[in-house]
Design a protein around this ligand. Structure first.
Ligand SMILES: C[S@@+](CC[C@H](N)C(=O)[O-])C[C@H]1O[C@@H](n2cnc3c(N)ncnc32)[C@H](O)[C@@H]1O
Length: 196
């Protein structure tokens, strides 16, 4: 979870990292997890994906709903959440998943497992050291060096996943921050899925 104030800064344009890699997502069912105001749900919908936008905040979901976008109000951090039939992270379901500015570590293996063959996960959130620039500063919400890469390496089916890109460090835009970013594809590392 990250703070509401950090969230309000992110209502506008999609992140450059998500804009860069979203076109690699095959058409199909996508997921924007902890979607906030829905900037990435709208981007994915504009690329022809059908998007499930999930957030615990119903007001955010009202702002997010639109053509090709369905919404689910869901608290991702309840105990035993994965046994809830509405839990959106389901093995092999999504051709694209976006998570930005949100971190709940127990979900990391589920995010990878929920990719369909050829599906792409784009993840970007704050990293350790961000406290010098503002919020979030709570270490619970800041990634450790290389943590997203490690989540791929620790997955029980790690050989299914191909890291397309990874960055970890300072960014000046859209505001000074420490961030970590990854783009991962499940299988499908073929000529048809060329990077560009
Ligand atoms: C900083 S905002 C990021 C929103 C969006 N991903 C973006 O970058 O524009 C964090 C979002 O996570 C959501 N969130 C926080 N805790 C959550 C939980 N336990 N379950 C579902 N959503 C949660 C908040 O409601 C908020 O919309």
């Amino acid at each position: 979870m990250t703070s509401a104030s950090a969230c309000h800064l992110q209502q506008g344009q999609p992140s450059a990292w998500v804009r860069r890699f979203a076109p690699l997502m095959p058409r199909g069912q996508a997921l924007d997890l902890a979607c906030g105001g829905g900037r990435h749900a709208r981007l994915l919908a504009s690329l022809g994906l059908d998007v499930l936008a999930v957030d615990r905040d119903p007001q955010s979901l009202l702002a997010t709903a639109g053509e090709r976008i369905s919404t689910l109000a869901f608290d991702l951090e309840r105990p035993d959440v994965e046994s809830d039939p509405a839990f959106p992270l389901v093995e092999g379901r999504y051709t694209g998943i976006v998570v930005t500015n949100y971190l709940h570590r127990p979900l990391l293996p589920w995010l990878l497992s929920s990719l369909a063959d050829g599906g792409v996960l784009v993840y970007e959130t704050f990293a350790q050291g961000n406290g010098q620039f503002g919020k979030p500063s709570n270490p619970d919400f800041l990634l450790a060096p290389g943590e997203l890469l490690q989540a791929v390496a620790d997955h029980p089916r790690r050989s299914d996943f191909h890291v397309i890109a990874f960055e970890d460090g300072y960014t000046a835009s859209p505001k000074p921050a420490m961030v970590q970013r990854i783009c991962v594809r499940r299988g499908g590392n073929t000529a048809e899925n060329a990077l560009g």
